[in-house]
Ligand binder design. Sequence first.
Ligand code: SF4
Length: 339
Amino acid sequence: MSPTSPPFADRLLAWWRENGRHDLPWQHPREAYRVWVSEIMLQQTQVETVIGYFDRFMQRFPDIQSLAEAELDDVLASWSGLGYYARARNLHSAAREVTESLDGVLPADPDVLVQLPGIGRSTAAAIVAQAFDRRAVILDGNVKRVLSRHAGVSGWPGAPAVERELWREADRRTPEKRAADYTQAIMDLGATVCRRSSPACDACPVVGDCVAFARNLQHELPTPRPKRDLPERASRFLIARDASDRVLLVRRPPSGIWGGLWCLPEIGHVEFETRESLPAPRSFRHVFTHFALHMSFDHARVEATPTHVGEGGSLEWFVLDRALTAGLPQPVRKVLSTL
Ligand code: SF4
């Protein structure tokens, strides 16, 4: 790397002009509500998957007001399949807060945005940079990977000290001007060149001063999260059918796992009388961030609507086709679609 080489941002922006993604749906028009929704969807999901969901979401909820006025059920149904439903619940309650307290306008100030449900420091900055073209420093998963490698920062990026160092590195590289383009450019570099398992260093615009490349550490950095054993849990679920073949679902409480979604009732939480046993779907293991759940099933035609034993959310019979359009956790959708 020669001492006269242009700064990191200049090289990145020149690369992005030719190689970046310029036709993502939230870039046209690149306005705050659309950028916000895209950023929330992209938090745990690849761009290619998000595009279809984003387009449908925008047709259904074209602006903050329509999202704020919607029933949570409709929002969750539009999110169904994307997973991590807390994102949808937060998006919905943030839209209500913006409508009630901020005149329905997303502010161009990251310090105000981070007060809204579901908007963290990096997401707030990404909204401000992309929608308002103001300098704001982002550090999402892709950027953490790029900077861990480029600056040679070791240690798991989720550890507070490592994260602080990465924020400093991100700040040092963020230019004063062209905030929107730079933000998209560094995200694109992480997604398409500085990839997790096979970084394309020969195509990288910042290879000249990349510490990981110089020391052949691309596959060591970022340092993986320290291993820990996931706790294992098991639940047995009831697939209850009535005489018309409808299926019984229970609404989960608004917070916690699968909050607000429609789920199968758990055996032990409902009382029921079997009229006829039906072939049960196979059991399987579903992995959450903090534990793994072994899900098994009883499938039965029941005499009458089961009743709760103790506390429980509302129980409702669904025609199968309608159930599949409701807000369902992905493993419940998987099971119902086999019936
Ligand atoms: Fe990532 Fe390789 Fe570029 Fe370094 S040179 S930033 S490791 S793609």
